[in-house]
Design a binder for this molecule. Structure first.
Ligand SMILES: C[S@@+](CC[C@H](N)C(=O)[O-])C[C@H]1O[C@@H](n2cnc3c(N)ncnc32)[C@H](O)[C@@H]1O
Length: 234
């Protein structure tokens, strides 16, 4: 263990990695110091799961040897990814987040429990959706409590817009779907309009059990109304 204590603690996430993206950022920049344990997870465990190393375009069903693949886009602390992967060994789960700590927790838990059906991308998920994946190979994309960007001047940073919906549509199998959940009422209203305007999805406002995530717990604590929709590819 002492050997890890000698490693200098870097600032994360690496600023270069964020700045290299020309499109509008949908995430907040965060910085912090890393413990030796996290440094180990970052340099030794996380690379085992990272998809940016794979030859493109990637068919995650083949990589993971599963017949279905779900993306947890903006996986945060990774609770949903880990629950999905643990409870459904036949489903592959791709956790994407630009922030480091949650992905390290995913990599640690997946390594400890030998979960073979998880992959990660530590970076901007737009890159993944743009052209990394074989078209029509994702079954579901879960967007749970995305950053709400509540100020009007920041609305352009919200994830849901026509170009994002087109990218996801292209990646989904026929009949595949997006699950969108938020506790921000204005975001839910505008996203619903975007889904409808796209004419690419059938919208269902059903009332399913919203997966447990850190931000879902927060929404409950704050007594926020949680809204959800499922958009099935037409
Ligand atoms: C409010 S948090 C919600 C996290 C988690 N889904 C939950 O419910 O607890 C939104 C997350 O989305 C991530 N995110 C936003 N835009 C992203 C992007 N373009 N690529 C990767 N991650 C992104 C942020 O870094 C953040 O961790």
């Amino acid at each position: 263990m002492l050997v890890f204590l000698n490693v200098p603690s870097p600032i994360y996430p690496q600023p270069d990695k964020i700045l290299e993206h020309p499109h509008i950022r949908t995430f907040h920049a965060r910085h912090g110091r890393m413990s030796a344990r996290r440094e180990f997870a970052l340099t030794t465990l996380l690379p085992n799961f990272e998809i940016s190393r794979l030859e493109r375009p990637v068919d995650l069903r083949k990589v993971l040897k599963t017949y279905r693949v779900i993306v947890d886009f903006g996986s945060g602390m990774g609770l949903h990814t880990l629950n999905l992967a643990t409870n459904n060994p036949n489903i592959g789960v791709l956790a994407i987040d630009v922030h480091t700590v949650g992905l390290l927790a995913v990599a640690e838990a997946a390594s400890d429990s030998n979960l073979l059906n998880i992959r990660t991308h530590h970076g901007d998920g737009m890159d993944v959706l743009k052209d990394w994946l074989v078209a029509q190979t994702l079954d579901e994309v879960h967007i749970l409590f995305p950053d709400p960007w509540p100020k009007a001047r920041h609305h352009k940073r919200r994830l849901i817009n026509q170009s994002f919906l087109q990218m996801v549509w292209k990646s989904l199998v026929p009949g595949g779907r997006i699950i969108f959940v938020t506790d921000d009422e204005t975001y839910f209203a505008s996203a619903s309009e975007d889904f409808k305007a796209s004419k690419m999805f059938d919208i269902d406002y059903g009332n399913w059990d919203v997966p447990l995530t850190t931000y879902h717990q927060r929404a409950k604590r704050l007594n926020h109304k949680v809204s959800q929709l499922s958009a099935t590819k037409i």
